[in-house]
Design a protein around this ligand. Structure first.
Ligand code: MN
Length: 253
């Protein structure tokens, strides 16, 4: 089984090292192509306005001066001699739950894989406290990664679907199990915007993620994580709201 790994926190992200250890439990045919720099929050963006550079770190390890989507596209079209059987994106430093999946570079890399018709799974490690810097513990992901992946490797994936996995912010031995759940919803409060003045006297704004609140709906990813479970959520790329089709069509005669 040929596996492509990527990670929106960049080619040197600790979560990518954690993911490689998980993937090597299934295969030695591992390829890595990830953004050169952190791209958290890049969503499904594609670099169009400037060239993208490809750097080879070793035989099967590459970085791209672009987004997670760029990295997957480059891997599939320029780097790998044959398509992978599986794309794993992560393990992200931080949650990708509820509405956050559309901001997520981690999920979007898996979306790009799903669009290419390849089995794709996004993995994220929730962590409890802010200000931990690089010291995010990936223990839950490392201990539970293979357990959650194994049943997914031969599960049927419908076209244009992917799976989003989140590991709770707990030591591995305190994780309660695995739940297959719906995507939840945040209350709309997109965190803080910190305002300041740069060294040259210009005003700047910086988005933060604190202050996002939610009341987890039952059987959602948010609830599973709150309850100490690994969440497994199948996602679809067809965003059409079926129930509105007939109503809107009626308004246009
Ligand atoms: Mn990230």
């Amino acid at each position: 089984m040929r596996i492509l790994l990527t990670n929106d926190d960049g080619i040197f992200a600790p979560g990518l090292t954690a993911l490689e250890a998980i993937a090597r439990q299934f295969s030695d045919d591992i390829w890595i192509c990830a953004p050169a720099e952190e791209q958290s929050g890049a969503g499904h963006s594609l670099t169009l306005s400037r060239p993208v550079r490809l750097r080879r770190h070793d035989e099967r390890r590459f970085s791209v001066s672009g987004t997670p989507t760029d990295a997957v596209m480059m891997a599939l079209r320029k780097v790998m001699p044959a398509p992978p059987d599986l794309i794993l994106s992560g393990v992200n430093r931080g949650a990708n739950l509820g509405d956050d999946v559309t901001y997520s570079g981690t999920v979007s890399a898996a979306i790009e894989g799903a669009l290419a018709g390849i089995r794709s799974i996004a993995l994220s490690q929730v962590y409890a406290s802010e200000g931990m810097g690089d010291a995010v513990p990936f223990g839950a992901a490392e201990a539970w990664g293979a357990k959650v992946l194994a049943p997914l490797l031969d599960a049927p994936f419908a076209p244009r679907t992917l799976v989003n996995v989140n590991f709770p912010a707990l030591p591995a031995e305190e994780v309660q199990g695995i739940r297959v759940v719906r995507q939840g919803f945040h209350d709309y409060s997109r965190g803080t915007i910190v305002e300041g003045t740069d060294p040259r006297g210009y005003r700047y704004f910086w988005f933060g993620l604190d202050g996002i609140e939610h009341t987890p709906g039952h059987a959602t990813d948010l609830e599973a994580i709150q309850d100490g479970f690994v969440s497994v959520t199948p996602l679809q790329l067809d965003l059409t709201h079926e129930a509105s089709l007939a109503e809107l069509a009626g308004r246009f005669g």
